[in-house]
Design a protein around this ligand. Structure first.
Ligand SMILES: [Zn+2]
Length: 102
């Protein structure tokens, strides 16, 4: 029998996953994992970088190409390491960042 850690609370998310969390963070780890895209440019990014784009409504490359590199870098969670990946996937689709500095 597995004893639950006494300092954590058993929670059930809206999808029925049960998990223990000691903090007030409402994020269900199972849902968070399932939310990760298996393909597409968002799957190439780290979770914070992916959320930075999603939180700004950027979920496809056409939307991404409407932003400049400077604007993307300013997004909370986006790091410089993600830019070369984004640049590359845009290029594969014949797209580029807006006002891209050469
Ligand atoms: Zn869940």
């Amino acid at each position: 029998m597995i004893m639950a850690p006494s300092n954590k609370n058993l929670r059930t998310c809206s999808n029925g996953h049960q998990y223990y969390k000691s903090s007030d963070c409402p994020t269900c780890p199972v849902c968070e994992q399932e939310r990760k895209p298996q393909s597409g440019f968002l799957s190439l990014l780290s979770a914070p970088a992916r959320r930075a784009l999603e939180n700004n409504g950027i979920t496809n490359l056409e939307q991404l190409s409407g932003f400049s590199e400077r604007e993307i870098l300013k997004l909370h969670g986006m790091g410089p390491a993600s830019l070369p990946k984004l640049r590359e996937v845009l290029k594969e689709k014949g797209l580029s960042f807006k006002n891209r500095a050469e």
